[in-house]
Design a protein around this ligand. Sequence first.
Ligand SMILES: [Zn+2]
Length: 621
Amino acid sequence: MSGGPGKAAEAAGWRLRPLGPSRARLAGGFLADRQRVNRERTLPHGFDQLRRSGTLGNLRLAAGAGGRYRAAADSSGATFPFLDSDVYKWLEAVGWELGRAVDPALAAAADEAIGLVGAAQLPDGYLNSYVQVITGGAPHTDLAWGHEFYCVGHLIQAAVAWHRGLGDDRLLGIAVRAADRIDKEFGPTGRDGVDGHPGIEMALVELTRVTGDGRYLALAARMLDLRGRGLLGEGRFGAAYWQDHQPVREAATVAGHAVRQLYLDCGAVEVAVELGDEELLAAVERRWRDLVATRTYLTGGMGSRHRDESFGDPYELPPDRAYAETCASIAGVMLGWRLLLATGGAGYADAIERALYNGVLSGVSLTGTRFFYVNPLQRRTDRAYEPSGHGERAPWYPCACCPPNLMRTLSSLEQYLATSTDSGVQLHQYATADLRAQVAGGSVRLAVGTGYPWQGRVTVEVVEAPGRPWTLSLRVPQWSRSATLSGPDGAGPLAAGPGYAELTRPWTAGEVAVLELDLPVRVTEPGPRVDAVRGCVAVERGPLVYCLESADLPPGVALEELCWDPGREPAEVPRPDLGDDVVGIAVPVVRDGEAGLTAGAVPYFAWANRGARAMRVWIPR
Ligand SMILES: [Zn+2]
């Protein structure tokens, strides 16, 4: 039924059913705009970069062509063995896009890439250009660092997108052969082995859903059971770095490398719902609650340490030294989505919104062709704390995990909007969209219209409905203080608190429900345990976190000189320079005791689009 970044199809254990790629479509507005830029600018740019960086050429070498393998060296001098995955993530994005609309140029580029992937695969199904070309071809000799399963996981996710999005099974054939090769060696009667970088687990579950072959689900469950038993050793950073320090169903908190932990927990949720494993699901929920309460930035970013790309200690959330990898925000969305499907909890949709509108979208420039790997909440004027290569958005990275991860997320955004159950349809994220769903009585079609996130009015018109009553559920975000919901026949406006506001009736075509979300400027204080931003405030409006940027200050004024003026109120101001409908905020500030000044705050996702400048989310009082 549904995909997205390995986005989970209908499974027996989901409490909410995803609509699937063909049943949701962005029809205009903010998210549709980001998706259009992704399609028109980012995906062609991505193919160009995969070519220039040598990543596509590496697959050609694996297929037998002559030449030199191109893999960027990291600071330790090791070469990256996981570059094939960038091709797969790009292909996944293109699969979703081609499923929506014909695009001959993208299709031709994808054909070339799929041809290279197929040609590189060995007759026994093994596929990894790094191992085939660099290490002499002996597979699975370095599971801790080799990323071989991880790459196959991304291959499977791309194959699932092409299968579900447009019914093209060329990649699926390749992915099945690759998965079979792993299952043959590491299945129930084979070697014990897990990958240092999780990711394949959630993909294997999807492969079972697509093929009906239960071996892949069993392999995923086996990999989860084997984790936390020391198979990977201590490595450079200790066993917790790759979540091998404690069994998956026992670990109380997240640990180690943020993206690895979040991908692992995505797989754990998938396996839990397929096998009805309540204990495993409860373990992920427990970790998630702790993660959101103690180790998540205001932007939805996760992971504060640069050294091992790990979560910091609880409340270790420095704004200037934030790592907050773009991939971690995306992985947070992926995990939140799975937990939402599994439990129906509104808090998961709230978390998806926070990450998506802030820590994910900040990863790509408004032009769609430059990317952040690291997403700090502060950059100083002197930029003394900036690690090399992590400063401005770059066109690509030697380790290019984030750009194609953004591409597949943006190309499947509409799949996060809504779900259905037998008794109704649930809207989780708001965008102008055309949605179709099945309820017990038959088909429902909805036309959603909104100026979100700039405006708070969401109009839901019922275009098609069965005669029997069903429930329309609309998420009222956790930040809302005075939302109202109106239905047909004078129902409402009724006050609607955080959670889901519901209208149950025998809907008929043409009837409309209107959700009015309040969007006042909010002044947010950090929790007292977050020492790094004690005494500061941040400005938010609706789902958006705002930041001050030096581009909006008068010449000669440094961002660091400004403090919040508690005596005056922030005010909304239009920012046409940043796009149609964009709402900025005039923040009251004082400078060296001089009061009465204001500084313009812009949405965090839009920062660093006007040259490399100083920026801060948290403003000292
Ligand atoms: Zn990344």
